[in-house]
Ligand binder design. Structure first.
Ligand SMILES: *Cc1c(COP(=O)(O)O)cnc(C)c1O
Length: 370
């Protein structure tokens, strides 16, 4: 089955013993009655542990990433928390330097207090060998995003996962920006693929959620235990919304990508743009304005159609300013060192008519320098 077919059908097969719904019902029940004391009905006991709507979603997600087991959580960061609880005090994790701001905060401000140690380094491109120097006896995990956020560097997941395997580490790939339409890390040798489903997978800015997909049975049983023990599960209603969003994932990603290519072409023709980052797929673009902080903010505030907002991957275009918004918590010196300058803008190209988007960008670029 191809991915667009999977996204529409897996998990939602009609149950002919019941009513034959073609859409997965929202099972709101928090608990499930059984006829015999030691026999849960159809495997369900209590909705934190397992819920039929969430289960349908988890089957769908596993299929999309070509994994075997998936777990849905109440946010992307809840998914990350579950992944980190696979480790124990004293363990060391190597993290790509250009990670999502909330990921960096979770690692450095929360988990570091519980004895996990993190090294944030750039192992993109030909800097991959730095990994071998950074990995030590305590290292248990490599954590990366590709493309990275907001500089959109693409990493060689296959080579990184090979190093991970050789050193017996768990390689985690946050696949939020690429989606399984453009990249399936488990096929490239990664152990865990992680999503903030809040972004492209749901795609409509109306649900916060997260997911983990794995192939390995042992890893899956540990994650199943943690999902229930920690309890940050996705609600039945959000599970339904996500299943609904996923049905159009393929077609949405094609249009996001199409629109992004055209926006990039327009940006290339503008003299106030110093640098454009676009990996050539998906809908995320970042660019550096040849302008100071005040003018860059004026550019953002002059946009009429494109909303200034955190988040990304939705039908509506969203723009944000990493230096003062998503990445503001990174100390100035460190921020500049990793290339997050004051003129850097991150744009999530939506599904509007691309000419309307270009027109909006053009007028805002004229406004901010006038
Ligand atoms: C948004 C995001 C997260 C965090 O997910 P939430 O759903 O906001 O908790 C993690 N990684 C990436 C790449 C993100 O964009």
């Amino acid at each position: 089955m191809k991915i667009s077919t999977k996204s529409i059908h897996i998990g939602g097969e009609p149950n002919f013993k019941n009513s034959g719904d073609v859409v997965v019902p929202i099972h709101l029940s928090s608990t499930f009655a059984r006829e015999r004391v030691n026999q849960p009905t159809a495997g369900y006991e209590y909705s934190r542990t397992g819920n039929p709507t969430r289960k349908a979603l988890e089957r769908n997600l596993a299929a999309l990433e070509n994994g075997r087991y998936a777990f849905a959580y109440s946010s992307g960061l809840a998914a990350e928390t579950n992944a980190l609880f696979l480790l124990k005090q004293g363990d060391h994790i190597v993290v790509i330097d250009d990670v999502y701001g909330g990921t960096r905060r979770l690692f450095t401000q929360v988990f570091s207090k519980f004895g996990l140690n993190f090294s944030f380094i750039d192992f993109s491109g030909d800097k991959i060998n730095i990994l071998n120097e950074t990995i030590n006896k305590k290292t248990k995990m490599i954590w990366l995003e590709s493309p990275t956020n907001p500089l959109l560097k693409v990493l060689d997941i296959e080579k990184i996962a090979q190093i991970g395997r050789k050193c017996r580490l768990i390689t985690v790939v946050d696949n939020t920006f690429a989606t399984p339409i453009y990249q399936r890390p488990l096929e490239l040798g990664a152990d865990i693929v992680l999503h903030s489903t809040t972004k492209y997978l749901n795609g409509h800015s109306d649900s916060v959620g997260g997911a983990i997909v794995v192939k390995d049975k042992k890893l899956a049983s540990k994650l199943l235990y943690l999902q229930n023990a920690i309890g940050a599960v996705l609600s039945p209603f959000d599970s339904y919304l996500l299943l609904r969003g996923l049905k159009t994932l393929t077609i949405r990603m094609q249009k996001h990508s199409d629109n992004a290519h055209k926006v990039v072409k327009f940006l290339q023709s503008n003299t106030h743009i110093k640098k454009i980052n676009y990996p050539g797929f998906s809908g995320m673009v970042s660019f550096e304005l040849d302008l100071n902080l005040r003018q860059s903010i004026r550019f953002l505030e002059s946009l009429k159609l494109i909303h200034i907002a955190e988040s990304l991957g939705a039908v509506e275009s969203l723009v944000e300013h990493p230096a003062t918004m998503t990445h503001a918590s990174i100390p100035y010196g460190e921020r500049i060192k990793i290339g997050l300058h004051d003129g850097l803008i991150r744009l999530s190209v939506g599904l509007e008519d691309v000419n309307d988007l270009i027109q909006d960008l053009r007028q805002a670029l004229q406004q901010c320098v006038s």
